[in-house]
Ligand binder design. Structure first.
Ligand SMILES: CC(=O)[C@@H](O)[C@H](O)COP(=O)(O)O
Ligand SMILES: NCC(=O)COP(=O)(O)O
Length: 244
């Protein structure tokens, strides 16, 4: 059964827009859990454009499920992660100028940095995943760096699927299937995420071998119209009904 991690970053985006106390990401996280989220994902970015340090520290012990903290590989972020000690950390690339995450972590070119971060977090009992593109060399490097889990970047697939460029979307599905096969041969757990929504996720959940999906922006967007409980429970139902 595919588990769903609800990313609540963009609840905080709305809050930061006016500097108010609301909407409260912790309230959103607890509601998402009550609606069936298997865990909560949040991305503490260096520029603090949405999630704040306070959110992370306060949420850690309030969740009924568990926290998957996304962060870049910097001394600051690794230091925060080792203090918070969430169950999971997903190491992601980050550029201040990016609108959202643009690609996967380049483990190949940053091997020693990634390996050291994986070791530090693992020593603290944290389960580490690496957010990477569906490329064999990145998957192999992730395994060699000691990460037992990868999260495949589904952004390219999502863009093609949403633009109805079906040929390219199918190519990306095939790319993900090949990547999962490489990962499974290396004994890795495979998660996936980025840009997934209620339509394009339906092809993703047909792919065997995915353990967890992290979905945020589309759920938070839908919650504007349907409310967060229904937006989350609809995504959970979609994934479960289709055998995910
Ligand atoms: C790594 C990833 O794809 C997302 O989880 C990430 O959080 C996207 O960044 P924003 O949430 O800032 O759009
Ligand atoms: N790692 C992907 C994630 O947490 C959510 O990404 P998105 O659904 O907000 O694009």
């Amino acid at each position: 059964m595919i588990k769903l991690g609800v990313n609540i970053d963009h609840i905080a985006t709305l809050r930061q827009q006016r500097g108010t106390k609301y909407p409260d990401p912790i309230k959103a996280a607890l509601l998402a859990e009550s609606a069936g989220a298997d865990f909560i994902t949040l991305h503490l970015r260096e520029d603090r454009r949405h999630i704040q340090d306070k959110d992370v520290f306060e949420m850690r012990d309030r969740l009924l499920t568990h926290m998957n903290l996304e962060c870049a590989i910097t001394d600051e972020m690794i230091g925060i992660a080792t203090r918070v000690k969430p169950k999971d950390v997903c190491l992601v690339p980050e550029k201040r100028e990016e609108l959202t995450t643009e690609g996967g972590l380049d483990v190949v070119s940053q091997f020693n940095l990634v390996k050291s971060a994986v070791e530090k977090l693992t020593e603290e009992g944290i389960s580490v995943s690496l957010f990477i593109d569906p490329e064999a060399e990145q998957i192999k490097a992730a395994s060699e760096a000691g990460a037992g889990i990868i999260e495949l970047h589904t952004g390219a697939y999502a863009q093609y699927a949403d633009s109805n460029i079906s040929g390219k979307a199918t190519e990306e599905i095939n790319r993900l299937e090949s990547a999962i096969s490489v990962a499974k041969n290396l004994g890795l757990k495979v998660n996936a995420g980025h840009g997934l929504n209620y339509e394009n996720v339906q092809e993703i959940i047909k792919i065997p071998g995915i353990s967890e999906l992290n979905i945020g922006h589309a759920i938070i967007a839908q919650s504007v119209f349907d409310g967060l409980y229904k937006a989350v429970s609809d995504m959970v139902a979609l994934i479960r009904v289709n055998g995910g």
